[in-house]
Design a protein around this ligand. Structure first.
Ligand code: NAG
Ligand code: NAG
Ligand code: NAG
Ligand code: NAG
Ligand code: NAG
Length: 617
């Protein structure tokens, strides 16, 4: 693929006489071939938009350029003198960022997750982990231990990952694949770390800002997904730290939740600014909250506090900041009907994974039928609750793949040798997996595949976990070239009484056309903090808390590079004067309301207190 891309770039370069082609060879010979970036530098011809086949220049203004390939009538648009102006259109049917409104019920989200980028995961970027496994005596299992192993190389290593794993061209390719949204997982450490948390603070935010710029340019909307929370909301490796759940669970459960509310406010303040709200119209507050551990009351009570925090920033109504996305906690969509009834633009996220059903017998066709069975409940939830998304799913029908279940894991019970060897798939295999993808897309209606790409393992020298790799699947035939192909797929499989057509009408409050007054009964049922805390605290007064007396600090705003050089050897244009905002929507930047530790108070370890005794200050 890269070879083809570089040939295309060379062709462009040949067509432009003064072009200079630089080939940056990878420094390490053991690195996989995909890490050899080819950068083509071409003088800028002054264009600020383009359609299929046009050359587009990187927003970094280093003169690097590539060919924009989009056979769906998409257009990139980026004026270096007005970088916050109207953006591109992902496809001919896309809604131009900054000019055209997204209409729920008419427009369909066809998206991918940008997994493994700003929150790393061993199975998505194995190469990054392979560089540090067995190099120190730290057992590397998640980003936390990876950071510890990296030691004083942390900033260098993470920045290398952020700047190479996903680049501007990925977003152009996402639009070119017929997709119009991305869900971008981010960790709390984009804002700050405290105490001895080893994760790299603040730097991922710089790359999130780049993603906003690129998405604007290519006409893609962003669902910001708070994927990793203080204390860990699910104990899985992708929450930052594998092990125990300390968010709304255990002695530090309340304090970690309070700290999270401050971070939710900080993100909301940024993305609700006029300059950014059209590019980031959705925010997920807690990825995959573990209801089974945390319990219904704490989950719902936290969601209601987050709702109030967010709407206090944004106000109520269609154009006021992001939709607020809650995860269903692996309970299904139906239990959420009536929750915070009347709430303004509250949306539900489900992550149905065929891969983790421990189903060892179903054929791929039977798996496709199982995916179609998600449709009726999804459609019902759209009518009864509001916007209902499939925020994560994959084409995998088993849990094969390098480190899919964590570093060192080896799945049993499946023919993984067959399913890992994507280059040997037969036409029947390709068709069968593609049907699973089509079924999932049609059933979920508004979806985000997990994930856009899986990096190559430096050990295996190939892309592992192929059924989780949208880009690779699209190139090789197990993901449709045009995701619109999925429309109506399940109608051909489900019986009439299994259908449940959604008529496009959400409850009025769900799309911002109601007062946003939440049912008082709901508000009082789910008051925050909850009256008890898992696993066994019946009196909340014994739990240590933080205090809302810290000073809020806004997230940094982007800076823009100016226009690329217009001739060989020339310098980039002047940096444009733009009103990039302050990072803050409301007037209370600097307000002393941020949850922080109480001076002089000794707290249990906020990441390891799930079974500790409570020691109030
Ligand atoms: C789109 O652009 C690519 C790259 O220039 C070209 O190969 C392809 O033929 C174009 N497709 C259409 C439909 O024009
Ligand atoms: C790390 O060491 C273990 C035990 O020797 C070995 O099985 C594994 O393959 C090594 N992993 C890497 C990435 O070097
Ligand atoms: C929201 O604003 C109201 C009114 O100013 C205030 O009473 C309430 O405490 C705020 N809630 C949160 C969670 O910030
Ligand atoms: C869900 O609703 C959509 C929109 O009306 C429809 O296209 C789809 O077929 C429905 N799915 C089922 C299984 O009823
Ligand atoms: C130990 C652990 O947390 N493993 C998880 C790592 O992430 C993968 C992929 O999401 C999960 O399948 C594992 O359970």
């Amino acid at each position: 693929m890269l070879v083809i891309a570089s040939i295309l770039l060379l062709l462009v370069a040949i067509a432009v006489p003064v072009a200079v082609v630089l080939s940056r060879k990878s420094s390490s010979s053991s690195s996989p071939s995909t890490s050899t970036p080819v950068v083509t530098v071409i003088p800028w011809d002054g264009s600020t938009s383009g359609a299929n086949g046009s050359t587009t220049w990187s927003t970094s203004a280093d003169g690097s350029a590539f060919t924009y390939v989009n056979e769906f009538g998409g257009e990139w648009q980026y004026d270096p003198t007005n970088p916050l102006g109207p953006g591109g259109k992902s496809q001919s049917w896309g809604k131009r960022i900054g000019e055209e409104e997204w209409v729920w019920g008419q427009d369909i989200v066809r998206g991918v997750n940008i997994g493994g980028w700003l929150v790393t995961e061993p199975f998505i970027c194995p190469d990054l982990y392979e560089r540090w496994i067995n190099k120190t005596d730290i057992a590397v299992v998640d980003e936390w231990t990876l950071a510890l192993a990296m030691g004083d190389k942390l900033a260098e290593e993470m920045e290398r990952h952020y700047s190479t794993f996903i680049t501007e061209e990925d977003f152009a390719q996402i639009a070119g694949a017929g997709l119009n949204w991305v869900r971008i997982p981010i960790g709390f450490w984009a804002i700050e770390t405290i105490g001895d948390e080893p994760l790299l603070p603040k730097v991922s935010w710089k790359y999130f800002l780049k993603a906003i710029e690129w998405c604007r340019k290519y006409g893609i909307r962003i669902y910001l997904d708070l994927h990793a929370l203080p204390g860990s909301q699910n104990g899985w490796n992708h929450s930052g730290k594998a092990g125990s759940v300390n968010f709304l669970n255990g002695a530090m459960g309340l304090a970690n939740a309070q700290r999270t509310l401050s971070y939710i406010k900080t993100f909301t303040e940024f993305i609700s600014q006029d300059q950014y709200k059209d590019v980031v119209p959705m925010m997920g507050i807690v990825n995959e909250i573990l209801w089974a551990t945390i319990g219904e009351t704490s989950v719902k009570s936290f969601y209601s506090a987050a709702y109030e925090t967010i709407r206090n920033v944004t106000g109520i109504g269609a154009d006021k900041g992001p939709y607020l996305i809650i995860h269903e906690g692996f309970q299904g969509t139906a239990v959420w009907e009536g929750f915070l009834e009347g709430a303004d633009r509250l949306a539900l996220d489900q992550h149905p994974y065929l891969a983790f059903m421990n189903d060892y017998i179903s054929t791929p066709d039977e798996m496709a039928s199982k995916a179609c069975a998600w449709a009726a409940a999804t459609n019902r939830s759209q009518s009864a609750f509001g916007v209902t998304l499939g925020g994560e799913w994959s084409a995998a029908i088993n849990n094969c793949g390098l480190w899919l279940n964590g570093i060192g894991s080896s799945p049993g019970g499946y023919d993984c040798a067959k399913w890992d060897a994507w280059a040997s798939y037969t036409d029947d295999d390709l068709k069968a997996i593609k049907n699973v993808a089509l079924a999932s897309m049609d059933a979920l209606q508004n979806w985000f595949f997990w994930t856009w790409k899986i990096g190559e393992s430096s050990v295996l020298k190939t892309s592992s976990s192929p059924l989780w790799n949208y880009k690779l699947g699209r190139e090789h035939g197990w993901i449709p070239k045009d995701p619109r192909e999925a429309a109506g797929f399940c109608a051909g499989i489900l019986k009439a009484d299994e259908m449940n057509l959604f008529d496009g009408k959400f409850p009025a409050s769900a799309t911002g056309s109601a007062s946003g007054v939440v049912s008082p009964t709901q508000m009082s049922s789910w008051a925050f903090p909850p009256a008890s805390m898992a696993p066994s605290f019946t009196a909340m007064s014994v739990l240590p808390t933080y205090t809302a007396t810290g000073t809020f600090v806004a997230l940094g705003v982007p800076t823009f590079a100016g226009a690329p050089p217009t001739a060989k050897g020339a310098s980039a244009g002047p940096t444009p004067t733009v009103q990039a905002g302050s990072g803050w929507t409301t007037g209370d930047e600097g307000a002393k309301q941020k949850f922080v530790a109480i001076q002089g108070c000794a707290y249990p370890d906020a990441w390891n207190a799930a079974t500790a005794a409570a020691t109030p200050c």
